[in-house]
Design a protein around this ligand. Structure first.
Ligand code: NDP
Ligand code: KPL
Length: 321
């Protein structure tokens, strides 16, 4: 079915669902740029706390940028949402969206900026007429305390949809990317976002659970021979799944790529390590869980990925008392 054009939604206010680290980057720089942005916070208590705190404080290049945006909770949203940036963790996305479902216009732009895969398809099923787009970012931001974030690393953000979209939609998508490029954030459209996301998934399947299990920073993975050997075996499993899906060309240098990411982010505590250390649930289902599901569908054995999945789930439930 031909979808309604993206154009009407483009001119609407940008709602941000999931005003954590990544959401706060777009909220803060958007506010600085004078964009029309509204946050959708979890509930009225969070919205009150946000106002009492005086909004979001983002430490960026040694400066504290303060933004006090309009902050709704699901009960207080009044206007229809036409353009929504979703920056919750993957495991919270559907419940967060369902809480505001009645306020989302049926042809809305729903842009996911998350690690992990599998959520976009679920959202498209829940919102069949919506323009569901996906993005991937290499910006780095972490939470220092409530509503206080640190922009730790500058990166690049790509957004896109499935390859077979028409030219008209592509132009609108370029406009969307431009409208989200609040300096210093840089957003571009990508002709093959599936490849970008798959490559990111592959890295996350290796680095995230291993750093969480071994409680180490990303770079340390490369310095321990037993972990390094495991990394290569995990990557080989990912490559076998990719081959079955006809996606090998997206990952032709995966062993080197994972090592490069671990090197360039050597000092990072991965997001999964942070979640496990804080006793929070993790994005493992959308990362190794997603890969294992595909492997099962294609009868490919991925024992190491399954072990990582089980171990992270065990650690995560042990941490939640
Ligand atoms: N941080 C980074 O540097 C990077 C992150 N990513 C990816 O971006 C995504 C977001 O990550 P990040 O920003 O770090 O995560 P955060 O945990 O910092 O932010 C997620 C936010 O979503 C909020 N949230 C959860 N449930 C709801 C709900 N029902 N209604 C409203 N808000 C809700 C959380 O609120 P609460 O705190 O109350 O739970 C939290 O503020 C993830 O997929 C991550 O992997 C990708 C690249 C880099
Ligand atoms: C690339 C990597 C591993 C950087 O830490 C990441 O995406 C994460 O921590 O989730």
């Amino acid at each position: 079915m031909l979808k309604a054009t993206l154009q009407p939604a483009l001119a609407s206010p940008l709602y941000i669902l999931g005003a954590g680290a990544i959401g706060s980057l777009w909220a803060t720089y958007g506010y600085q740029a004078g964009a029309n942005i509204r946050l959708v916070l979890r509930n009225q208590v969070t919205a009150n706390n946000y106002h009492q705190h005086g909004g979001t404080h983002l430490i960026s290049a040694g400066q504290t940028l303060i933004s006090l945006l309009a902050a709704d909770c699901p009960q207080s949203v009044t206007a229809p949402i036409h353009k929504l940036l979703i920056t919750t963790k993957t495991q919270h996305t559907l419940s967060a969206l369902n809480a505001i479902k009645q306020h989302i216009d049926e042809h809305a732009i729903l842009l996911l900026l998350q690690n992990g895969l599998g959520i976009a398809e679920q959202i498209q099923r829940e919102f069949p007429h919506a323009n569901v787009l996906q993005g991937s970012t290499t910006e780095g931001c972490y939470r220092q305390s409530d509503f206080e974030y640190v922009h730790a690393g500058h990166g690049h953000t790509f957004i896109g949809a499935s390859a077979n979209s028409d030219k008209h939609e592509q132009a609108a998508r370029a406009q969307l990317a431009e409208s989200l490029s609040f300096p210093p954030l840089k957003v571009d459209i990508c002709d093959n976002i599936d490849a970008v996301l798959w490559r990111k998934l592959a890295v996350n399947c290796v680095v995230n659970p291993l750093t969480a299990i071994h409680r180490c920073r990303n770079g340390e993975l490369l310095t321990r021979p037993e972990i390094l050997a495991q990394m290569h075996e995990i990557i080989d499993e990912i490559l076998r799944v990719s081959a079955a899906l006809g996606r090998s060309h997206w990952l032709d240098d995966l062993h080197e790529h994972v090592a490069n990411v671990a090197t360039t982010t050597a000092a990072n505590r991965s997001s999964m390590l942070q979640d496990i250390s804080a006793g929070r649930d993790t994005e493992i289902d959308a990362i190794n869980g997603y890969l294992c599901k595909l492997a099962d569908q294609h009868n490919i054995k991925v024992p190491l990925n399954k072990q990582l999945l089980a171990e992270i789930k065990r650690l995560s439930s042990a941490g939640q008392v």
